[in-house]
Design a protein around this ligand. Structure first.
Ligand code: MLT
Length: 409
């Protein structure tokens, strides 16, 4: 008799974004002529930059010729891409990395979900609340939590409330935690953290022998000076942090898939006898066993992001999305909404009018003005009464959506 992994049975309902798609598809079936505008899942709408397309075409041509054909690539990624990442994304910020500390992957979602595998099942994890659901769900699947309560919170997870009162910054835990998920600029609230605040987390992790899993997938959207773009800008972070980055939102790779994770050699976790083990060889072991790398044409395309042309084109795309963010933020503020984020991140977090429940607001928006967003409650108990809109739609749809919300709600 085959027995299921019962941890999966602890997960209520479907994955957040699948549930939203299900509800929208159902609504579309009953209202096939409704002109829906989707500001729900953070999926991009601007095409791959021309420099990326050119590099991909060239790489595909190479794959079609005997002399330049490539089979399996290195599981950790091609050095031509890793070197460009170090040279462009880290060295200018004073962060030195070795080539074997960068792992190319098919997405920050997969890496943030998979990285927990190299930790013991008894680690206590801390997450912000609201939080990107992948961090929680992947740990539930692994059996690191108890069951869920009626607020949607799992036993054995320490939830760090991010509220209007604390500026949506997660407070340091007051009980023991071993694994800490941080995401800045934050998904879903769109808020950033200062260097001093991030240093407090690094110091906490060093004092408590904890590990910080730092999701920096949205760092390219930071507009204000001073906000750290990498946790490795903070002294001591190499001992306690892993960082996740992605080409998805910056260079349009949500469908193409390319990301990377930094695992410094100094970051360690301990065995039952208190002996320290570097996480870098463990992650390499995991990746070489379970992953065969990202395809050559995709990595060649990602490397083109760092050419002069590529940089210009990516900057223009980010400017485009951040202009959408401004339109959403200012439009909603003008319509009387309380709004957060959208300054250093492509997400706008708003308080629902009249304290409406997040899913009720979702339904109302979908049914009355045909705009789809993401209910804050889907990100955690402290997201109840809030709602997230993304800046990744086209300009025309962004403007239309804000006009509809302002006039129709
Ligand atoms: C989101 O909408 O939160 C993101 O698209 C999720 C993701 O990148 O997986």
């Amino acid at each position: 008799m085959a027995i299921v992994n019962e941890n999966y049975l602890k997960l209520p309902g479907s994955y957040l974004f699948s549930e939203i798609t299900r509800r929208v598809n159902q609504f579309k079936k009953e209202n096939f002529d409704a002109d829906m505008i989707r500001l729900g899942i953070g999926d991009v709408t601007q095409p791959l930059p021309p420099a990326v397309v050119e590099a991909m075409k060239k790489a595909v041509e190479e794959m079609g010729r005997q002399e330049t054909f490539r089979g399996y690539g290195p599981e950790q990624g091609y050095e031509f891409l890793i070197e460009k990442i170090i040279e462009n994304d880290f060295r200018p910020r004073g962060v030195e990395l070795a080539v074997d500390e960068v792992f190319i992957s098919d997405g920050a979602k997969s890496d943030t979900a998979n990285f927990q595998e190299i930790f013991g099942v008894n680690n206590i994890l801390a997450v912000s609340d609201p939080v990107y659901p992948v961090y929680v769900d992947s740990n539930v699947m692994a059996g690191r939590t108890g069951t869920v309560n009626d607020k949607g919170q799992f036993e054995k997870i320490v939830y760090l409330p991010c509220t209007e009162e604390n500026g949506m910054k997660p407070p340091l835990p007051t009980t023991r935690v071993d694994l800490i998920y941080l995401c800045f600029p934050n998904n879903p609230t769109g808020m950033t953290i200062s260097r001093e605040e991030l240093k407090a987390w690094v110091d906490y992790a060093r004092e408590n022998k904890a590990v910080i899993l730092f999701d920096a997938a949205y760092e390219a959207f930071i507009r204000e000076d001073g906000a750290p773009r990498s946790i490795f800008e903070i002294e001591g972070a190499r001992e306690v942090a892993v960082e996740f980055r992605s080409f998805s939102k910056t260079a349009g790779f949500t469908g193409t898939r390319c990301a990377y994770t930094i695992v410094p050699k100094e970051v360690r976790a301990y065995d039952g006898n208190g002996r320290a083990h570097s996480l870098n060889p463990l992650w390499l072991r995991r990746q070489t066993t379970k992953f065969n790398g990202v395809s050559y044409p995709v990595q060649a395309g990602a490397a083109a992001v760092f050419t002069d042309e590529g940089k210009k084109q990516v900057r223009a795309t980010i400017d485009y999305y951040m202009e959408n963010a401004r339109i959403i933020r200012e439009g909603l503020e003008g319509a009387g909404y309380r709004v957060f984020g959208g300054v250093n991140a492509p997400y706008i977090w708003l308080k629902t009018p009249g304290n409406m429940k997040s899913w009720d607001f979702f339904d109302k928006l979908m049914r009355e003005v045909h705009v789809v967003g993401t209910p804050g409650a889907g990100f955690g108990a402290h997201g109840e009464g809030y709602f997230r809109l993304t800046a990744f739609a086209t300009r025309a749809n962004t403007e239309k959506a804000i006009e509809r919300i302002s006039k129709g709600m």
